[in-house]
Design a protein around this ligand. Structure first.
Ligand SMILES: [Zn+2]
Length: 265
């Protein structure tokens, strides 16, 4: 059983109409959510890192600076991960994928044992420079600590979760399970957590806003920014089914607004 805390580490601020139909051009601040897992034996682990000052350093010059234009980021000083989490107490880090809003604090952290999907890691490392920018990957933010691979952990199908297929058992006791949720990126991952309040499923960027699970499509151009559109839809269908079959599970996407439609600025 885990104790889990959600933290908002910056916001992505696309024009509202890129995320919700009819929302207008005003920026819609979407939180960038990370999870701090407290395991009774293994200690504190972080799932994704949010934006960090390193993102601004890495995008100072063109062409990397373009990444600030595509989805304008915002990080208030008090939102910095290092202000919210005692990072020197962390035992490790897990990453859902390698986009800048998920690895943007990595260079600002101590070098941590880091768990990733080997297949995704090898893929994004090999991307030529312009292709990596085109797919929103900044190698300056990639992890430098000891890497561990989810594929090397024991995998299984959990009863009642057959729809998610095989998952990897991060701590060996079923408290944290890693499931592939492909589409947003090819090796995009979700993290299932068993908490005292019931299961919590961090689904990363499998969707941005919950109405996508009801079949509401993302407006263009956001719906085009997926690496595999067919896999993205299949993942959405899976999560919609999971929500129907297991209503007690809390689904939490990285960027979903905390309560309903929120406009700022
Ligand atoms: Zn992403």
């Amino acid at each position: 059983m885990l104790r889990v805390q959600e933290r908002i580490v910056g916001h992505a601020c696309p024009p509202g109409r890129f995320v919700r139909r009819g929302a207008g051009w005003r920026p819609l601040p979407l939180p960038v959510r990370v999870f701090v897992l407290d395991h009774p034996e293994h200690g504190k682990f972080l799932w994704d890192t949010g934006y960090g000052p390193a993102f601004w350093r890495a995008t100072r010059n063109f062409p990397a600076r373009l990444l600030r234009w595509v989805i304008p980021p915002r990080l208030l000083p008090e939102e910095q991960l290092t202000r919210q989490v005692q990072v020197e107490q962390l035992a490790g880090l897990g990453l859902s994928h390698f986009h800048p809003d998920h690895v943007g604090s990595v260079p600002d952290l101590p070098r941590l044992p880091t768990w990733v999907l080997r297949a995704e890691w090898q893929r994004v490392q090999k991307l030529p420079y312009f292709q990596s920018l085109h797919t929103a990957h900044l190698k300056a933010l990639f992890p430098t600590g000891d890497l561990h691979y989810f594929e090397d952990l024991e995998s299984r199908v959990w009863p009642g979760l057959e729809i998610l297929g095989r998952g990897w058992d991060w701590f060996g006791d079923g408290s944290a399970r890693i499931f592939p949720l492909p589409g947003h990126t090819r090796g995009h991952l979700g993290l299932w957590m068993e908490t005292g309040d019931g299961p919590l499923f961090a689904v990363g960027d499998a969707y941005y806003v919950p109405e996508q699970l009801d079949g509401v499509p993302l407006p263009a151009p956001t719906r085009w920014i997926v690496e595999d559109a067919r896999a993205y839809q299949a993942t959405l269908d899976k999560l919609a089914q999971l929500r129907r079959r297991r209503p007690e599970v809390t689904l939490r996407a990285c960027h979903e607004p905390v309560s309903g439609l929120q406009h700022h600025g």
